[in-house]
Design a protein around this ligand. Sequence first.
Ligand code: FAD
Length: 379
Amino acid sequence: MKIIIAGAGIGGMALAALLHQRGVTAELYERAPNFDHSGYMLGLYPVGTRVLHGLDLMEDFLAASESMATYTVCNGHGQEIHTYALGEMLDQFGYSGGIMRGELLALLRTRCADVPLHFGTSVTDFEETKDRVTVRLSDGTENACDLLVGADGIHSAVRRKLFGEAPDHDTGWGCWVWVVRNTKRPPTAVRENWGAGRFLGVYPIKGGLGVVAAGPTRMVGPDAVGRDGRKVKAHFSALGSSVADLMAVLPDDLGDTFWWKLSDFRSKEWGKGRVALLGDAACAFLPTAGVGASMALESAAVLDDELGRTDARFLAGALARYESRRKPRAETFQEDSRRLGSMMMIESVELSWGRDQLMKFYTLDMLAKNIAQSLAKPI
Ligand SMILES: Cc1cc2nc3c(=O)[nH]c(=O)nc-3n(C[C@H](O)[C@H](O)[C@H](O)COP(=O)(O)OP(=O)(O)OC[C@H]3O[C@@H](n4cnc5c(N)ncnc54)[C@H](O)[C@@H]3O)c2cc1C
């Protein structure tokens, strides 16, 4: 079976590596020119790291990542509300850890190094006949396959071609994302400051911490602040001295700090005919629960599993089973990330105070109940 994958992100690379492991060589097209930009940090849960086990990448992942031992929620003044031991929920299922996106991609690449990967080339269109998909590429060429996998992220061109335009689920918030190195902060602690109209979280990576500073787009987005880092600092410095070290490293011109709109997406179907959607293209997540990459890895494993039990003639059944194994689970995880988002992204001082009181009593299972329950379930 000839398979083309649009997008060499977490889902696309994991699928290519899994297929390669059983002797199937896919062909990847990736819009970015290379993997040189390390991107942002990703926290992986056991649902994601278990897939790395299957690729014999666990030792490499352990070497390139940092564990996440505790999760502390603070109020908008930096005072601790609740600290959770993440291990109590996660350790029985596998390893959890934080890694830079670029490093995870590089690890996955080691498991499919000789698979053709065309950087700087986008999938722009495709056409399906009874037994082929002809894929059109940004370099003007075409390539035909039995199966096209759209792993091209939240704004998937493949999905738009299949089902048309549909709006994101937009929270009206966004976040600035950067990394701090050589910090004196505890290396394995996830710590978040939940204020009114401002949120700041730090997440372990090897040798540092990833920082996410989120706020309403109309207040702190690029249209409001341009590239003026001082305006960003002024907004988040209201969280108090507990974030001063993180704000101090933010350059006044914002350097390569990037802005990420906090929106997600749910596709009504995960494919059609000889085209399947994978990862964020099918179901994208707010980063609030940190599950998008884990879900992309898990979906890649299920898609590979279904493809390994069929050939090109029976693709329709395999893709239908893939969707029914993945869509409900991914959407329950998405509900958790939306619920967490609605607790984190509060503008009113009064509501934020009420939320802080509730958080004193919330357990991890209550905060992410679908994720907690799903960890033990089969996929
Ligand atoms: C700031 C931030 C923090 C996050 N934190 C976490 C976290 O802690 N834990 C977690 O699990 N998830 C997290 N996520 C979410 C996670 O990054 C995504 O859910 C995950 O990367 C999805 O994988 P994917 O392969 O579907 O998409 P991506 O990894 O986004 O890959 C899609 C790829 O497709 C390429 N592409 C796009 N269009 C085309 C085209 N037309 N043709 C060819 N290539 C194309 C893109 O360049 C990209 O490389 C975070 C996201 C952000 C932005």
